[in-house]
Design a protein around this ligand. Structure first.
Ligand SMILES: NC(=O)c1ccc[n+]([C@@H]2O[C@H](COP(=O)([O-])OP(=O)(O)OC[C@H]3O[C@@H](n4cnc5c(N)ncnc54)[C@H](OP(=O)(O)O)[C@@H]3O)[C@@H](O)[C@H]2O)c1
Length: 346
């Protein structure tokens, strides 16, 4: 156990269009905090990433609470309880919470936090515990509820997913494949396209950096797509809108391609096709499904145990690398669910 608490604190807000880097943060050390009554001290084991974290620290509009200058960078993690002054927690319990970019944090578990934010004890921990940030955690729930609830994907549907080799995309494609859909991924390199087809058994993939996405979607979806799971927005969304089957569903999960835009992002050009194809386009937020996370976890766990779900973890090792770990999402250098292993599982 290290006897200091290393922490990444926000030093300055990114300029419009600026990519996340260590320059935005200060890496400091402090004392390990002490829990009060009703609290627990948690050792961070692994930290997750999300493109949304850039909006936590930028000055632009966001649905997320902002991190203030000087505060520890917010981020979801999985950790082990070291010391407990809470009646329902004991040392050794595994917890999933907003641990922040630091070695240790004090958490205040509550029924409210569990129900609203999915912060609390992991009921049935599976090693590596990082799985509870990925396929067995909120990333898995995002793919599961996004594709099946919002997208209403059914066997036989043609499903297209963007950022297909990323965390959410790799999960969505595998769920779609597991329920009997035809799956086409869109990703940013030939290597990623090969990976989703060869390793994750997608039916086809399109490299949006070297291929004409519109033309390739026309070839691969002659009857249109039934579900478009969108992680990126922008030009790729426009191309997808041109290839909708009747009554198609467009799941708006994220819009990373326009997230760092300087000035207002352009709207979709082909939205008239929503009328022509009687299609539905709907955004969703995974934490609205917290009360049903048991359902997604059980289903994902069954697929994982049966060898039908590759957890696709892409892991950096060391808290000191955390800004680079997050930056990889914007650079497209991650493959699968990007995580940082801060300490070994106990
Ligand atoms: N709605 C919700 O509740 C919810 C919850 C979690 C995450 N999300 C969203 O889900 C999406 C995926 O998140 P994730 O954590 O799994 O990240 P991720 O997909 O693992 O990483 C982001 C990927 O986006 C691609 N990308 C980056 N810049 C791009 C650009 N300009 N144009 C096209 N693609 C670009 C990169 O892949 P390439 O190499 O292929 O470009 C990169 O690997 C994000 O938009 C995130 O905000 C939404």
């Amino acid at each position: 156990m290290v006897d200091i608490n290393r922490q990444w604190r926000l030093k300055r807000h990114p300029e419009p269009g600026e990519v996340v880097s260590a320059d935005l943060f200060a890496f400091e050390s402090g004392a390990i905090p002490k829990p009060d009554d009703g609290q627990v001290l948690v050792r961070t084991l692994a930290l997750g990433t999300s493109p949304a974290q850039r909006s936590y620290i930028s000055l632009g509009r966001s649905m997320h609470e902002k991190v203030k200058l000087g505060d520890v960078m917010r981020g979801r993690g999985v950790g082990v309880v070291i010391e407990s002054r809470h009646p329902d927690y004991k040392p050794g319990d595994i917890m999933s919470a907003s641990l922040g970019w630091q070695d240790y944090s004090v958490q205040t578990p509550s029924v409210h936090a569990q129900r609203i934010l999915n912060i609390g004890k992991v009921a049935q921990p599976v090693k590596p515990y990082s799985l509870h940030l990925g396929v067995l955690g909120s990333a898995g729930a995002t793919g599961y509820f996004g594709l099946l609830d919002v997208g209403e994907a059914k066997p036989g549907d043609t499903v297209v997913v963007s950022a297909a080799a990323g965390g959410i995309g790799s999960i969505v494609g595998q769920i779609a494949r597991n329920i009997g859909c035809r799956v086409i991924g869109i990703a940013g390199s030939d290597e990623k396209c090969r990976w989703v087809v060869d390793a994750l058994k997608f039916d086809a993939a399109i490299n949006y950096k070297t291929e004409n996405v519109d033309a390739r979607l026309g070839e691969l979806c002659p009857d249109g797509m039934n579900v478009y799971f969108d992680n990126v927005g922008g030009d790729i969304l426009d191309a997808a809108l041109d290839h909708l089957a009747l009554h198609a569903r467009i799941v708006v999960c994220g819009f990373i391609s326009v997230e760092q835009a300087v000035g207002p992002a352009p709207g979709p050009k082909n939205y008239g096709n929503l009328v022509r194809r009687r299609a539905r386009m709907e955004g969703f937020f995974v934490l609205d499904y917290v009360e049903r996370f048991d359902e997604s976890e059980a289903k994902m766990r069954a697929w994982y145990d049966a060898g039908k779900l590759d957890p696709c973890e892409d892991i950096d090792h060391g808290l000191e690398l955390m800004p680079e770990t997050l930056a990889s999402l914007f650079k497209g250098t991650n493959r699968g669910i990007k995580l940082n292993r801060v300490a070994p599982d106990p």
